[in-house]
Design a protein around this ligand. Structure first.
Ligand SMILES: C[S@@+](CC[C@H](N)C(=O)[O-])C[C@H]1O[C@@H](n2cnc3c(N)ncnc32)[C@H](O)[C@@H]1O
Ligand SMILES: Nc1nc2[nH]cc(C(=O)O)c2c(=O)[nH]1
Ligand code: SF4
Ligand SMILES: [Mg+2]
Length: 210
């Protein structure tokens, strides 16, 4: 992220918008709920298996006025908004979230927790990554911990994070998409033996929707 792009953001009134679309939340606690997705460009983590690599270079995406995004979202029957990326915590989210709350919308965020949270967020889905661990303050705020499991060893990383979240935080193990077949049986056995963990499947990929 270059300074020029930060300057262009005007305190969060402009954001590098990759795409926005109305779909069904596919993952985690709110899976199955219609939601308007706002996907921001730029990521400070860089996961090998990321299914949104096209977002990484924020410079490819135009600084977009948040009022345009909010107008589009509010013109639809959506009641919930998912702010994702890329890594949406790279940006000041006060203006966007305040404007969405003014329209009575519920706001969820998908984050790896590498930067402090900003703005008015009703539900925090934290998906921690080993190569850049989450901030303690985001672990404490998480409503949902959703750990991506690529190999059985990643379950230890999931447990390590679970030991730092609050008592109300829901716990999910989500198979890395390309390893689905091998990992699902491992997760089923683990969740049956450790029932505070639930399994999250990327439902939208089976439904062939965004
Ligand atoms: C693309 S990320 C964007 C938000 C944020 N950077 C994060 O990682 O939480 C959205 C969600 O997709 C998950 N994800 C990305 N690639 C995946 C894959 N190949 N298989 C399963 N989940 C994946 C991430 O862990 C995260 O929970
Ligand atoms: N339908 C749908 N649900 C999702 N939940 C989290 C997603 C994301 O990429 O952040 C996502 C996504 O890309 N599509
Ligand atoms: S942190 Fe999220 S957006 Fe960034 S590379 Fe990892 S999965 Fe992709
Ligand atoms: Mg996705």
């Amino acid at each position: 992220m270059t300074n020029e792009i930060y300057d262009l953001l005007d305190g969060g009134r402009l954001l590098p918008l990759v795409e926005d679309f109305y779909t069904i939340q596919g993952e985690g606690y709110h899976a199955g709920k219609p939601a308007y997705f706002i996907r921001l460009g730029g990521c400070d983590v860089g996961c090998r298996w990321c299914d949104a690599k096209f977002t990484w270079n924020a410079k490819l995406y135009p600084p977009t006025p948040i009022r345009d995004i909010v107008e589009r979202a509010a013109s639809l029957p959506a009641q919930a908004i998912v702010i994702t990326g890329g890594e949406p915590t790279l940006y000041p989210l006060e203006p966007l979230t305040a404007s969405l709350k003014d329209r009575g919308l519920e706001i969820f965020i998908e984050t790896s927790g590498t930067n402090p949270l900003s703005g008015r967020i009703d539900w925090v889905c934290l998906s921690p990554k080993r190569q850049q661990p989450p901030l303690p303050e985001v672990l404490a705020r998480a409503d949902e911990l959703k750990v991506i499991i690529e190999t059985p060893d990643d379950i230890r990383w999931a447990e390590e994070n679970a030991s730092h979240v609050s008592g109300h935080c829901r716990l999910y193990l989500q198979p890395e998409w390309s390893r689905y077949r091998e990992i699902v049986p491992v997760l089923v056995e683990y969740a049956k033996a450790n029932p505070r963990w639930n399994i999250s499947i990327q439902n939208h990929k089976f439904m062939h929707i965004p």
